[in-house]
Ligand binder design. Structure first.
Ligand code: PLP
Length: 462
């Protein structure tokens, strides 16, 4: 076992680097965090708190691979014997937070996305916050968000009292409509936030053109869109900033929570890493805590960083799943194509757009739409019928301006609704979302049958 308190005669940068190398040499994780390096001492201050033991590891295995019954109990007992042996020869990791696994996950994302700015943060929402803080968002500034998205997109602007301006949506994709964005830009518009809902790419070219013409920052909410492509470019690498979500319900996850933030702002990538953890720069030894913590440069003025650090376990989880992302998208695409083929028999059903050579969605959700005139009723009836047939359909991407948190902050939902007629029409009459995650063939067939039967019943006036 390496003694980290040895050979640390002083607190000079050289000795700190030596310490880092020592850890690296012994495969103890990359020593990027010098917080607890107190130099030579009889009471070393290790960089890690209490280790996990073999009993803990068994609980982790049982949590990740759950089961019951004699076969499971037998398999677990066999694993326990092996884990006990492993415990006798293994050493714990040298770092649990922001080290080699986090860096490996970022490298995997960089390679996959074709960027060098991936920063692994606690979730997409914290990635958005870095972008909003860079913009220096404050009361009086305007942010254009799509009328349909999740509340996370607008939490920060709402919190700081910036004015949310809701762009109406494209009826085919339910994504932000660039033509309505153009109508809603004012001299106070500071940011535009396209959201790739369900993983279907927003039409980014006109949005970027508008943004450049008016000196507006673009933040892509790519929470659903890791791996989506738009005109030969990966979604999340087009705007000035983007963040992906690896929350447990997304196509891939980093043990339940996590996000990758990216940026195209020249020179900002290293600052984004500092913005993740209180302004500290771990690429060099910290010499003086009083002076090494500095604000992050923003578009107009510097800002103070928060703490969105991620763990090594999350990094490992993300790295493993990024490697499988293409297969995962392909399986979801096949599921969506199957549903489309089934729905082709009823022209009241408008199928999910599968994309084309230039537009590749991630199929995070299946966007099911109906034509109310042909279906003999609207989607509210369809949703009820699907529920009665035990088919989950998820209506939680609704008009943002109708969320209570927005109206309680002083927004007039009915007035805003008048400026978003397509959103009102599609949300109340036309769309719902179906799941596409690893469903079995039987489940997919059941879901297709249920939709077809429900629409047929509506058409028959039942
Ligand atoms: C459209 C959209 N944006 C942002 C988020 C927030 O992602 P996270 O939970 O990683 O902060 C979500 C999460 O579901 C989402 O659906």
């Amino acid at each position: 076992m390496v003694q980290f308190d040895q050979g640390m005669g002083d607190f000079s940068p050289d000795s700190l680097i030596e310490y880092a190398n020592l850890k690296e040499e012994h495969n103890m994780g990359k020593a990027t965090d010098f917080r607890y390096n107190t130099g030579a001492t009889k009471v070393p201050w290790a960089a890690v708190g209490e280790n996990y033991n073999t009993a803990d590891l068994m609980e982790i295995i049982k949590f990740l691979m759950q089961g019951e019954g004699p076969a499971y109990d037998q398999a677990i007992a066999a694993v326990y014997e092996q884990v006990k042996k492993l415990g006798e020869v293994a050493t714990p990791p040298g770092k649990l937070s922001l080290a080699s696994q986090v860096e490996a996950a970022e490298n995997a994302c960089n390679e996959y996305l074709g960027t060098d700015s991936s920063t692994f943060v606690t979730n997409a929402t914290s990635g958005f916050e870095i972008a909003y803080k860079y913009a220096g968002l404050k009361a009086g500034d305007e942010v254009i968000v799509p009328a349909i998205t999740f509340v996370a997109t607008m939490a920060y602007p709402l919190a700081v009292g910036a004015k949310l301006v809701f762009a109406d949506v494209d009826p085919r994709t339910i994504n932000m409509d660039p033509a309505d964005v153009a109508r809603k830009i004012t001299p106070n518009t500071k940011m535009i936030v396209p959201v790739h809902i369900g993983g279907y790419p927003v039409d980014m070219d006109p949005i970027m053109k508008l943004a450049r013409e008016h000196d507006i920052l673009v933040l892509e909410d790519a929470a659903h869109a890791f791996g989506a492509m738009y005109n030969g470019r990966k979604i999340g690498t087009i705007g000035d900033f983007a963040a992906f979500s690896f929350h447990e319900v997304k196509n891939i996850t980093s043990f339940g929570e996590g996000g990758i933030a990216t940026t195209n702002v020249p020179g900002f990538a290293p600052d984004m890493k500092r913005a993740r953890f209180l302004g500290l720069d771990f690429t060099a030894p910290i010499k003086n805590w009083l002076y090494n913590i500095t604000p992050i440069p923003g578009k107009e003025k510097p800002f103070v960083a928060a703490n969105y650090s991620t763990t090594e376990i999350q990094g490992l989880g993300l790295k493993l799943q990024v490697a499988r992302n293409e297969e995962i998208i392909e399986a979801r695409r096949r599921a969506a194509a199957y549903l489309n083929s089934r729905f082709a028999e009823n022209d009241a059903i408008i199928p999910q757009d599968l994309g084309n050579e230039n537009i590749k969605p991630t199929f995070h959700l299946y966007l099911l739409q109906i034509d109310p005139a042909k279906a003999g009723g609207d989607v509210q009836t369809l949703k009820k019928k699907l529920e009665e047939k035990s088919v989950t359909n998820i209506p939680h991407f609704g008009p943002l301006y109708r969320f209570k948190v927005v109206s309680d902050m002083g927004y007039d939902a009915d007035e805003i609704a008048k400026t978003c007629p397509v959103c009102e029409e599609v949300f109340y009459k036309r769309f719902t979302h179906l799941p596409l995650y690893g469903l079995s063939d039987e489940q997919l067939a059941y879901m297709a049958d249920a939709v077809l039967e429900s629409v047929a019943e509506m058409q028959a006036g039942k």
